[in-house]
Design a protein around this ligand. Structure first.
Ligand code: ATP
Ligand code: MG
Length: 418
């Protein structure tokens, strides 16, 4: 579990802000969900024989003896809320959420025990349009952020065709059981589709030759998938048809997708999603088609840092105010308030904690500020301020305090407020 420090939060805030703008801009409304749910909800939603439920959840009994778990993902809670809060009656909600998720995994680069997702879920829309819409939303986000993950796409068909496919897989892998590793041996009985997800290099050629899901899907699902591909083609989206993409969770049906990168080592999935038409009913709601995705913020942030660090807006202050002596301090505080009143977006830091001019100016420089404003006793008495550009444009000059706002905005290349 990580601390995210101020020097990192600038990227986080930017990514979150752009995502929020794009989602709200397409009619998605934010839903804020609890971090804790009944354990049973996750068992039913995600599936008893998934890695998450089998070994990754933080589960505890509360004071009433109820078994609760920290949420390992957002979809289950979102579906619960949609059912309980009546969001599904004659409505087609488009929802999004952001926040921490918890999984007791082996920590490594790009894999943490508390990580953060932005997730999206929609309910009540069964056509391929909304599947395509969500993929387009994510593409828009990557474009704005300046990153280039690759889209992998597949269709899982209906649960019925997955059963047939599952049987074919079990037959195939049983024939080659001696070549399977321990994990895959276990999955052969419990969740054979997960074998396809295995990252063990020794298994890759065996997996390559396994029966392929697209050969097993039904006509209606095929048509749905063609509809998704058509809309993506129209929008000029590049994608890889990946018959091995099956996703780790039980609840998916039909369209599944993943945005993948080769920049982050083994942790290559940046964003994953798809359709889960059976889940609402499975959790006690009336049958309701649904689609969603979740992106991993740590991985998106890492990708931005690798591919487009120059796009991240600077968080440095515009102005750093340096002062010495009692009357200078009062003048500095008055001036800072004036500057903040004059231009609300201006970032103004007033030095606190004393120290020589020299040490204060060092701090001003280290803060990354564009301009230092300096007030000593002489300036305070004369009602002036020394204006010192810190980023190499122009000489230091002394100006009347009342002209400072205009001068600072000019130095920052901004127009004064009307
Ligand atoms: P992976 O294959 O990497 O384990 P997953 O299939 O378990 O991913 P999902 O449950 O689909 O992942 O979650 C959606 C996204 O959340 C992933 O694409 C990934 O970016 C991110 N994610 C999942 N688990 C972690 C984790 N432990 N640490 C950081 N990010 C994660
Ligand atoms: Mg995982």
């Amino acid at each position: 579990m990580n601390d995210i420090l101020p020097e990192q939060t600038s990227v986080w805030q930017w990514v979150e802000g752009v995502a929020r703008e794009i989602l709200e801009g397409s009619g998605y409304g934010e839903i804020r969900l609890p971090l804790v749910e009944r354990t049973d909800l996750f068992c039913r939603a995600i599936g008893e024989v998934t890695d998450i439920v089998e070994k990754e959840m933080y589960t505890f009994d509360d004071r009433n003896g109820d078994s609760l778990s920290l949420r390992p993902e957002g979809t289950a809670g979102c579906v619960r809320a949609a059912i309980e809060r009546g969001l599904l009656h004659h409505q087609q909600p488009r929802l999004w959420y952001a926040g921490p998720m918890f999984r007791h995994e082996r920590p490594q680069k790009g894999r943490y025990r508390q990580f953060h997702q932005i997730g999206v879920e929609t309910f009540g829309m069964e056509g391929p349009d909304v599947d395509a819409e969500q993929i387009l939303l994510t593409r828009r986000l990557w474009r704005r952020l300046g990153i280039q993950p690759v889209l992998h796409l597949n269709s899982l068909g209906t649960p019925a065709c997955r059963q047939t496919y599952r049987a074919a897989l079990v037959a195939y892998f049983s024939e080659h059981a001696d070549q399977l590793d321990e994990d895959s041996q276990r999955r052969l009985q419990s969740n054979p589709l997960r074998i396809l997800d295995s990252k063990n290099p020794a298994l890759q050629s065996l997996i390559e030759a396994a029966p392929k899901l697209p050969d097993y899907i039904d006509a209606a699902s095929r048509e749905h998938f063609d509809g998704v591909c058509q809309l993506l083609d129209d929008a000029g989206v590049d994608y890889v048809l990946n018959p091995r993409l099956v996703r780790g969770l039980d609840y998916y049906s039909r369209t599944v997708f993943e945005w993948i990168t080769d920049q982050l080592g083994a942790q290559d999935a940046v964003c994953s999603g798809g359709r889960y038409d059976g889940l609402v009913e499975q959790l006690g709601g009336k049958p309701t088609p649904a689609t969603g995705f979740a992106l991993g913020l740590e991985r998106v942030v890492a990708l931005v840092e690798a591919q487009a660090p120059e796009r991240v807006p600077a968080m440095a202050p515009d102005v750093y105010l340096v002062h010495q002596g009692a009357s200078a301090q009062r003048a500095a505080f008055t001036l800072a308030e004036q500057l903040r009143d004059g231009a609300s977006a201006l970032k103004v830091v007033v030095h606190c904690g004393g120290g020589s001019f020299k040490s204060q100016l060092k701090r001003a420089d280290r803060s990354g500020a564009t301009v230092a404003l300096i007030i000593g006793e002489t300036e305070a008495a004369a009602g002036t301020v020394q204006v010192k550009p810190l980023r190499g444009q122009g000489e230091q000059q002394e100006l009347p305090a009342q002209d400072i706002s205009r001068e600072v905005l000019a130095l920052l290349g901004r127009a004064p407020a009307a």
